[in-house]
Design a protein around this ligand. Structure first.
Ligand SMILES: *Cc1c(COP(=O)(O)O)cnc(C)c1O
Length: 483
């Protein structure tokens, strides 16, 4: 066992120390006089006692256990785990961007405001919307902000519209955001082929419809071809269309939600526009809206008078602020750098390649695994372990077995409406060789499921810890120093 596998408390020796601090000039007596008695320790804190080198080796070894997109293939469906070019990291650390303060005078941060202003224009152009707000800091936050804008619009028109229609294939954040916004959720069933059931939609719309929330391509990785008819049905009933842009990686430069009839969109900059994510943030979920909704966007909005950029918060119809200052500025800068380095043709090409890569995986694996949908997929594909079930092997087992072969598993058990789902999103940044390696591992696992199901059922075998009771591991994680 090397030291990396020990807890930091188990290495080092009493009295060993990683820093060399000067003697305190406060004096122990004065210090204890200054700190109230009830806040003073009766015995020394139980801290690890290690040298600096032991400390560095310990954490470096731990960091090498981490699995990230920089270390291996990460086909986590619905998450767009594409490579984040390192130039984005350099640019967002430029002193002039990283060291400014949000309370600085506008005149002293014209460059940053210009960057934000331009970013709004880029996202408006990519989405086919008229005005963008960069304030929301996650996809789900964008959903909530977008729904607040929709609610403010209906109220402004003296309409009492409280219902949000959501297909049963939707990401969980859609109904959750609607609920947080105080709206009622109406769920509609999908067709066998994963598309929106038009009859069910017609039944669901009415004078109380505030909006339909839709992801296109859907969470099944399929393009909703009836989108124009769907938009017409919702608009005729007086409702608006909300576009969940988490899957925008399939459509950049090819089609625009604004042209499909959507009124509000959120982007996940941390997915589509290549900023690091995983582990919970930070993210960025800008929203774009059609002209009729622009006055309701969060304030302040960045205005340009031909000479100076200004933050304007005088709009009386605005829903107000949804985040401190300008949103997650560093994330926006990374996404800006990505858009500028890719250019329009590059963005379009990345969507084309993402769709190609997903279809390559689908075509290669649909003999070995069950493919629930007939048509071509978009940037991600759904398979199931229906065929493996007869040998007692389930989707979770396949995901765990992939760890033995060095791959991060795809998304599993989502979308919820597909039983034993495996959702593979390779992204455009992966090479054919990487995809072939993954496909070979998946084929091998399919073969093992038939011939040696136990090896799959008890996987992983090569990782630091084996199969955990995931509920207990989440609720009572055992990472502490235990005597
Ligand atoms: C990721 C995702 C969201 C939520 O976005 P966050 O940035 O994680 O809040 C919403 N819808 C879909 C389809 C997603 O994949």
């Amino acid at each position: 066992m090397n030291s990396a596998q020990k807890l930091i408390f188990e290495i080092g020796q009493p009295g060993r120390i990683a820093t060399d601090l000067p003697q305190s000039d406060v004096g122990e007596q004065l210090a204890s006089a200054l700190i109230p008695a009830e806040l003073q320790r009766s015995e020394p804190a139980s801290l690890p006692e290690v040298s600096q080198l032991e400390l560095i080796r310990h954490y470096t070894a731990l960091s090498m256990r981490n699995f990230g997109v920089d270390t291996g293939f990460y086909p986590l469906g619905s998450c767009t785990m594409k490579y984040n070019p390192k130039v984005n990291e350099d640019i967002c650390r430029y002193q002039g961007l990283a060291d400014i303060h949000p309370l600085q005078d506008e005149a002293s941060v014209q460059g940053a405001l210009e960057l934000l202003y331009n970013m709004e224009q880029y996202l408006a152009e990519i989405s086919g919307m008229d005005k963008v707000s960069l304030q929301p800091v996650a996809g789900a936050h964008g959903e909530l902000t977008g729904l607040k804008v929709i609610r403010a619009y209906h109220r402004h028109n003296n309409e009492n519209r409280t219902k949000v229609i959501v297909p049963d294939s939707a990401h969980g954040t859609n109904p959750a955001s609607a609920a947080v916004c105080g709206m009622e959720i109406v769920e509609i069933k999908s067709n066998e082929d994963g598309s929106v059931n038009i009859e069910a939609l017609k039944q669901a719309v009415g004078p109380d419809t505030a909006a339909l929330m839709l992801t296109n391509p859907s969470t099944l990785g399929l393009f909703e071809t009836n989108i124009e008819e769907i938009a017409q049905i919702v608009h005729q009933a007086g409702g608006l269309l909300y576009y969940d842009g988490a899957n925008a990686n399939a459509i950049m430069g090819i089609v625009r939600p604004g042209d499909m009839g959507f009124d509000v969109i959120h982007f996940n900059l941390h997915k589509t526009f290549s900023t690091p994510h995983g582990g919970g943030g930070p993210g960025s979920g800008p929203i774009g809206v059609k002209a009729v909704l622009r006055d309701f966007l969060p304030s302040p909005q960045i205005e340009f008078d031909g000479r100076l950029y200004k933050l304007d918060d005088t709009n009386p119809l605005s829903i107000g602020k949804v985040h401190a200052f300008w949103g997650n500025f560093g994330v926006i800068v990374r996404a800006y750098a990505y858009i500028r380095t890719m250019g329009p043709a590059g963005l379009r090409q990345s969507s084309i390649d993402a769709v190609l890569n997903a279809n390559y995986c689908l075509a290669a694996l649909k003999q070995d695994y069950d493919a629930p949908f007939e048509q071509y997929c978009m940037h991600e594909c759904v398979l199931t372990s229906k065929k493996q079930k007869q040998y007692g092997v389930r989707t979770l087992d396949i995901a765990k077995r992939l760890l033995d072969y060095g791959y991060h598993p795809p998304t599993i058990y989502f979308p919820l409406i597909v039983e034993e789902a495996l959702m593979i999103e390779p992204t455009e940044t992966e090479s054919k060789e990487t995809l072939d390696g993954f496909i070979a591992a998946m084929k091998k696992i399919a073969h093992e499921a038939e011939t040696d199901p136990d090896i799959v059922r008890h996987a992983p075998h090569s990782t630091v810890v084996g199969r955990l009771d995931e509920t207990t591991a989440a609720r009572k994680p055992n990472v502490k120093w235990a005597k």
